[in-house]
Write a protein that binds this ligand. Structure first.
Ligand SMILES: Cc1cc2nc3c(=O)[nH]c(=O)nc-3n(C[C@H](O)[C@H](O)[C@H](O)COP(=O)(O)OP(=O)(O)OC[C@H]3O[C@@H](n4cnc5c(N)ncnc54)[C@H](O)[C@@H]3O)c2cc1C
Ligand SMILES: NC(=O)c1ccc[n+]([C@@H]2O[C@H](COP(=O)([O-])OP(=O)(O)OC[C@H]3O[C@@H](n4cnc5c(N)ncnc54)[C@H](O)[C@@H]3O)[C@@H](O)[C@H]2O)c1
Length: 466
């Protein structure tokens, strides 16, 4: 073994939780190292949230130009250039990487760039540009994230499919994009490419999009995507592929449907980056899907080793990874914050957005929780009319035996922001009447919450699992 550089804190993978903990602990005077294969700042800013949302914004602008006559404006000869869209995305990413790098430098931790693997408990060997370096930590934190899971479908690997990484860096706009998977990435990027000018077909093996959501949400999203000319093939399972992405591809489903396209994008879920990194040499166990086993404090099966973010099975959101940092920091400083029962919001950046906090009807029914439900079509919210963004609805679940808000779902313009207002009320333990009777600025989308919560039935409409 090479000589070992010893640290108080060793972080394996510089994702959201890892980089935040590294800066925090280095500033606190600890000797800290982060082993990172190359994404300065992790997936979110380099290849995931930030570039995808930047591309999506360009696509939104392109889309609104198409419907510009609705606003009494004429714009002739409007064209989009994928090169310029990609350059804008690259600029936003570069800015964020630079900001991250500056934060890393200011905190003073040792960034060890290279692919790492455990070679002994708490000891990682890193293949750097100049050779190998071995580092160990008194406390070790794993934050390695996930990677696109390319399913083992006949012909798919030979077709050289793209993932979100390549999709965000394409030189030419696909004439016809086939997307395998109708989840977050499939819906977001599918809609964005459609709006930039591609024909798009989404193949989803399940019977509906967004299967974790209530059926009214799935139906609403389907209608919106179909309305923009996106073909969505549901129950498209046991796919087989021929051809090559970038040239011509054909996909067949078990029931005989055939889909032809120029490119194929795989967006069918994620797999943890735990293979081949010597976890067994470090006493760190994984579950049957390869995610690192952790307890509510994110402690692994190895003493003094924690795992955070997606690799630990945390819900796959940047803000959830950030909260893992808080959980770990709490344990390190004698606190008792855990992952148990935490409320994690999310927003799918289709347009209009879909956002949820807390429970939906399907979950309440499954758990046998009685609830009252209020619904409001976006069409009646004055701000939605001024914006010509009338699609979708808001929905809230309220307890039966109290005025507690159980959950909120919204498919509509600014859903992510409006959801946060409801989330604050839930975090503060406020009754739904606070949102029903609070004074919101007019005309805002949030003002719709007055109307939504005015629709909460006194008690009559109670639904319960059969
Ligand atoms: C296309 C896309 C869009 C998304 N959009 C959103 C969104 O809008 N909002 C949201 O909240 N979430 C979004 N997500 C999810 C979000 O990106 C992640 O949940 C978030 O980045 C947290 O990841 P993490 O902290 O678990 O790890 P990551 O940020 O993935 O960090 C893991 C790091 O470990 C490094 N690494 C891995 N293996 C090794 C090794 N052997 N040696 C050295 N280094 C290694 C990687 O290079 C990486 O930098 C999106 C994901 C994708 C794919
Ligand atoms: N806005 C956001 O916060 C955001 C955006 C993008 C990604 N993410 C995170 O990244 C995760 C991964 O995204 P994703 O879209 O890859 O996964 P996903 O789990 O959201 O969706 C994958 C979809 O692919 C389908 N599928 C799987 N195998 C298939 C097959 N062989 N044929 C056809 N369909 C198949 C699944 O039924 C599912 O609907 C998300 O779950 C989310 O947590 C978040």
């Amino acid at each position: 073994m090479n000589s070992v550089d010893r640290f108080d804190i060793l972080i394996f993978g510089g994702g959201k939780a890892g980089k935040t903990l590294a800066m925090d602990q280095a500033k606190a005077g600890k000797k800290v190292a982060v082993v990172e294969v190359g994404l300065i700042g992790g997936s979110c800013i380099n290849i995931a949230c930030i570039p995808s949302k930047t591309l999506i914004r360009s696509a939104e602008v392109a889309h609104s130009m198409k419907g510009i006559s609705e606003f009494g404006i004429t714009a002739d000869n409007v064209r989009s250039s994928l090169d310029l869209v990609r350059d804008r995305t690259a600029r936003v990413v570069a800015e964020m990487v630079a900001t991250n790098q500056a934060g890393f430098d200011a905190s003073g931790f040792d960034l060890v760039l290279g692919w790492g693997k455990f070679i002994a408990p708490k000891t990682i060997q890193v293949k750097t540009a100049s050779g190998t370096r071995t580092v160990s930590g008194e406390q070790v934190f794993i934050n390695l994230g996930t990677t696109a899971d390319v399913p083992d479908l006949p012909g798919l690997a030979d077709a050289s499919p793209i993932t979100h990484v390549e999709a965000l860096q394409l030189g030419d706009l696909p004439t016809k994009l086939i997307v395998i998977g109708g989840g977050y990435i499939g819906m977001e990027l599918g809609q964005a490419f459609r709006r930039l000018g591609s024909e798009v077909t989404i193949l989803e093996r399940g019977p509906r999009l967004a299967p974790r959501e209530d059926t009214d949400v799935s139906e609403g999203i389907l209608k919106i995507l179909n309305g923009e000319g996106i073909e969505v093939a549901l129950s498209a399972y046991d796919l087989s592929v021929s051809g090559r992405s970038g040239e011509s591809v054909t996909v067949r489903s078990a029931d005989g449907r055939v889909f032809a396209g120029s490119h194929i994008l795989v967006a069918s879920g994620r797999r943890p980056r735990t293979a081949g990194i010597g976890l067994e040499l470090a006493g760190i166990e994984v579950d049957d899907r390869g995610f690192i086993k952790v307890d509510d404090h994110l402690r692994t099966t190895a003493d003094g080793v924690w795992a955070m973010g997606e690799v630990a099975g945390t819900p796959m959101f940047t803000h959830a990874s950030l909260d893992d940092y808080r959980v770990v920091k709490s344990t390190m400083t004698g606190g008792n914050r855990t992952t148990k029962g935490r409320m994690i919001p999310y927003c799918v950046f289709i347009d209009p957005e879909f956002a949820r906090i807390g429970m939906n009807e399907a979950e309440a029914l499954k758990e046998g929780i009685e609830y009252r439900v209020a619904r409001l079509p976006m069409d009646v919210v004055p701000r939605a009319r001024t914006l010509s963004q009338r699609k979708g609805f808001m929905k809230a679940l309220v307890a039966v035996d109290s005025d507690k808000i159980l959950g909120f779902s919204m498919l509509g313009v600014n859903a992510g922001e409006v959801m946060s207002v409801v989330q604050m009320a839930m975090l503060g333990g406020l009754p739904f009447t606070t949102l029903r009777d609070g004074i919101f600025a007019h005309p805002t989308i949030t003002e719709g919450l007055n109307m939504l919560f005015a629709n909460v039935p006194a008690s009559a409409v109670v639904r319960k699992a059969a």
